[in-house]
Write a protein that binds this ligand. Structure first.
Ligand SMILES: [Zn+2]
Ligand SMILES: [Zn+2]
Length: 338
C-alpha cells in the first residue's frame, strides 16, 4: 500500500509499505481522514521518542476492510473512529486505571504504523462506531477531542466560570468550545495570529487578545474586573504559561495542556500560588474519553469543520510539514485523505 514514511528524523518519503497479517483481535481499517498533529511534527524532528521507520498519523477515521477471526463488534464496511493508544494492561499504572502512564505504552502512528497510509491495523478494542451523517473528517477529531475532554474533566469548570484560553490552534479552539458547553459565562481567547483570533470570536469568544500587542493578564483584569476563574494553556509557550498563572483570580485554576519544550523552565512566584490558592493542573492524552468524544462529535455541539484549514493527499504531507514548521499563519488543522 501507499504510505508516508519517516525513515529517520528529517527524512521522509511516500512509498510502498507492506502491512503484516492481522492478528485475531485486530481490524484492518481503510483510512479516510487523518489529522496532522503537532506530535507528528515532533516525531519528524526527532523530538518525540518514536520507533523509526514509522508511518505517522494517529488522529483518524475510516472504514473496516477486514476483521481478525475473534473480532465480534465490527464487520467490513463499518465506519470507525480510532483511539490510537494501546496500554499494556499489566503494569503498575494500568492496574491503577492510569493507562495513559503505562510504562509499556504503544501508540498507532508513533510506535506502530499509523494512518498516513491507505490502511492501518487497529485492535478491535480501540475502535468506535459513529453515525452515518458524521463525515470522516469530523470523526478524525475523535482523538484530539478525547484529549481535550480529559483536560476539561481535570479542570472541572463550574457553571458561570470565566475562562481564558491561551493558544487558539485546533486544540485551543476545541477547549474554547467545550468550555462554553461546560457552562462558562465568558470565554476569552489569546493568540498571536489574527486569523485564529477571528475564528475564536466566530466560535463564541467574548473577547480576544493578541499577545504580541497587549499585556494579556492586565487586559483580562480590565474586562472582567478581576482575574479569570480558569486559564487553559494550549500553546506550549512559556510566556503563555506565565501569563496564564498571572491571569487567574484568587482560587483560580490553570490547566497545562500545551506541549512546552521538554527542558524549558518558567518564572513563577511561589508566593502567588500560595497566597492566591492557585491550582496548576497537567493533562496528558485521553484515558477513557474516546467514547464520549465520539458522542460529542456526533451531537455536533462543537464545530470541528471550522477548525479544518486544509485537506491534502499523501503526496502533499511533506510540503505541509514544512509549512507547519515554518509557522505558516494560514494553517489550522490539516486533514490528510490518503
Ligand atoms: Zn494528536
Ligand atoms: Zn501498562
Amino acid at each position: 500500500m501507499k504510505a508516508f514514511i519517516i525513515n529517520k528524523p528529517y527524512e521522509s518519503e511516500v512509498g510502498e509499505y507492506s502491512l503484516r497479517d492481522l492478528k485475531e483481535d485486530e481490524v484492518l481499517v481503510k483510512v479516510k481522514a487523518c489529522g496532522i498533529c503537532g506530535t507528528d511534527i515532533h516525531i519528524f524532528k526527532g523530538e518525540f521518542p518514536a520507533k523509526f521507520p514509522v508511518i505517522p498519523g494517529h488522529e483518524f477515521s475510516g472504514v473496516v476492510e477486514e476483521v481478525g477471526e475473534n473480532v465480534t463488534r465490527f464487520k467490513k464496511g463499518d465506519r470507525v473512529a480510532v483511539n490510537p493508544n494501546i496500554p499494556c494492561g499489566k503494569c503498575y499504572y494500568c492496574k491503577r486505571g492510569l493507562t495513559h502512564f503505562c510504562v509499556n505504552w504503544n501508540a498507532i502512528g508513533i510506535h506502530l504504523p499509523g494512518a498516513y497510509a491507505e490502511y492501518a491495523i487497529v485492535p478491535e478494542a480501540n475502535l468506535y462506531s459513529f453515525p452515518e451523517y458524521l463525515e470522516f473528517e469530523e470523526a478524525a477529531f475523535a482523538e484530539p477531542v478525547a484529549c481535550v475532554l480529559h483536560g476539561q474533566d481535570l479542570i472541572n469548570i463550574s457553571l458561570g466560570d470565566t475562562v481564558v484560553v491561551y493558544g487558539l490552534g485546533p486544540i485551543g479552539l476545541l477547549h474554547l468550545q467545550l468550555s462554553m458547553i461546560r457552562g462558562a459565562s465568558k470565554v476569552i481567547g489569546v493568540d498571536i495570529v489574527e486569523k485564529k483570533l477571528k475564528i475564536a470570536e466566530e466560535l463564541g469568544a467574548e473577547y480576544v487578545f493578541n499577545a504580541l500587542e497587549k499585556d494579556v493578564p492586565e487586559e483580562i483584569k480590565k474586562v472582567l474586573g478581576r482575574g479569570a476563574d480558569v486559564a487553559i494553556e494550549a500553546s506550549g509557550s512559556i510566556k503563555a504559561f506565565e501569563d496564564a498563572i498571572k491571569s487567574v483570580d484568587y482560587g483560580g485554576k490553570v490547566l497545562v495542556f500545551g506541549v512546552a519544550p521538554e527542558n524549558a523552565t518558567a518564572a513563577v512566584k511561589p508566593f502567588n500560588i500560595y497566597r492566591r490558592e492557585i491550582e496548576i493542573i497537567g493533562s496528558f492524552t485521553n484515558p477513557f474519553t474516546t467514547g464520549r468524544a465520539v458522542k460529542i462529535l456526533a451531537s455536533r455541539k462543537i464545530n470541528v469543520k471550522k477548525i479544518i484549514s486544509h485537506r491534502i493527499s499523501l503526496d502533499e504531507v511533506q510540503e505541509y510539514y514544512k509549512k507547519i514548521m515554518d509557522r505558516d499563519k494560514t494553517i489550522l488543522k490539516v486533514i490528510v485523505k490518503p
